[in-house]
Design a protein around this ligand. Structure first.
Ligand SMILES: [Zn+2]
Ligand SMILES: [Zn+2]
Length: 69
């Protein structure tokens, strides 16, 4: 069981981040794990967007900048 943390972003989405590979995944050449995930901590990131929403915001800002020109 690898250890994960769950992050709840400002946009309402949640992301999963690896904390530590388990012994099995560490020894696997591709770091694959066939066990269940173990969520070690869960926290709220108040000012941060998830990766997808963050990229969308950058695109939207770029489009708005083009309209102004
Ligand atoms: Zn594992
Ligand atoms: Zn999001």
């Amino acid at each position: 069981m690898c250890q994960y943390e769950v992050i709840h972003f400002h946009c309402g989405h949640a992301g999963r981040r690896l904390i530590k590979h388990c012994h099995f995944a560490r020894n696997d050449p591709n770091h694959q794990c066939f066990g269940a995930w173990s969520i070690k901590r869960e926290w709220i990131s108040a000012n941060q967007l998830c990766q997808a929403c963050g990229q969308q915001q950058v695109l939207r800002r770029a489009q708005q900048a083009q309209v102004r020109i």
